[in-house]
Design a protein. Structure first.
Length: 256
């Protein structure tokens, strides 16, 4: 979770089995004891509990105006006309959406997908209002914006980072930077039931200079810069840390 006001705690979760996502905003009062007050919430996804379609939120961010941004994955979700990808393609798609501060209006919503499955795991808002996300894809036709990244798209699980403009209508960049791995026991059965072996692990933050840092993990080859702290894989699965500028150029990357 990411927040600008330390007095606000925002919680997101997915209801097991019913496969409907809720976004909750809970106010935490600064007192000598714990006091949580539910202030607002909404349901994401389409359909009823009896006939549910899948939309699960993995992360949430809030901008300085209080607008709420979510990322996750789904085989259905509410999108808006003019968004980057209003219709799902392939299998499970990344789902990204922006709501107003009261969670009463969907400002924009979009899918990001390829010809197989993909999952979004983390989201952040840049100083200019763009949105950066990270996740995992197993598609061989994923919308990368750097032609050299296509070499990673071999159908195995690969880590990606992407940036959408502030209106959700354009993909500023989409980079694939490391092959992922096929086991992550800390994720739920509901996620496995939709995406098979595809699990998303990763977190992303933005700097005041409009750069993005993304941390994830890999068990296979990963692009390291010449000034990397660690240039080779040291274990079965290593952490990988990457810094990108606002055009998607990789400024720094290392194993840890």
């Amino acid at each position: 979770m990411k927040m600008f006001d330390s007095s606000i705690l925002r919680v997101t979760f997915c209801i097991p089995r019913f496969i409907l996502a809720l976004v909750l905003v809970v106010t935490a009062q600064a007192q000598p004891y714990d006091y949580l007050e539910f202030s607002k919430g909404t349901r994401l996804g389409l359909g009823t509990v009896a006939n549910a379609t899948h939309c699960c939120v993995k992360d949430i961010a809030v901008d300085y105006s209080g607008n709420v941004y979510v990322v996750g994955y789904g085989i259905a979700g509410e999108t808006t006309p003019g968004s980057y990808q209003p219709t799902r393609v392939g299998g499970c798609n990344v789902y990204v959406a922006k709501y107003n501060s009261t969670l009463t209006t969907l400002i924009w919503g979009t899918f990001i997908g390829g010809n197989n499955d993909q999952v979004g795991s983390s989201i952040a808002v840049t100083p200019s209002g763009d949105v950066v996300i990270c996740g995992v894809t197993s598609s061989t036709a994923f919308p990368v914006t750097n032609i050299s990244d296509q070499a990673y798209l071999d159908g195995s699980n690969v880590n990606f980072v992407a940036r959408l403009n502030s209106t959700g209508s354009r993909l500023v960049y989409c980079r694939v930077y490391a092959r992922g791995y096929n086991s992550a026991p800390y994720y739920s059965d509901d996620e496995v039931s939709i995406t098979g072996n595809l699990r998303a692990f990763g977190n992303i933050v933005c700097t005041p200079n409009d750069e993005a840092w993304v941390v994830s993990s890999t068990s296979r080859n990963y692009y390291c810069t010449s000034n990397a702290y660690q240039t080779t894989l040291a274990g079965n699965i290593d952490v990988c840390l990457t810094k990108l500028d606002n055009t998607g150029s990789i400024l720094y990357s290392t194993y840890i």
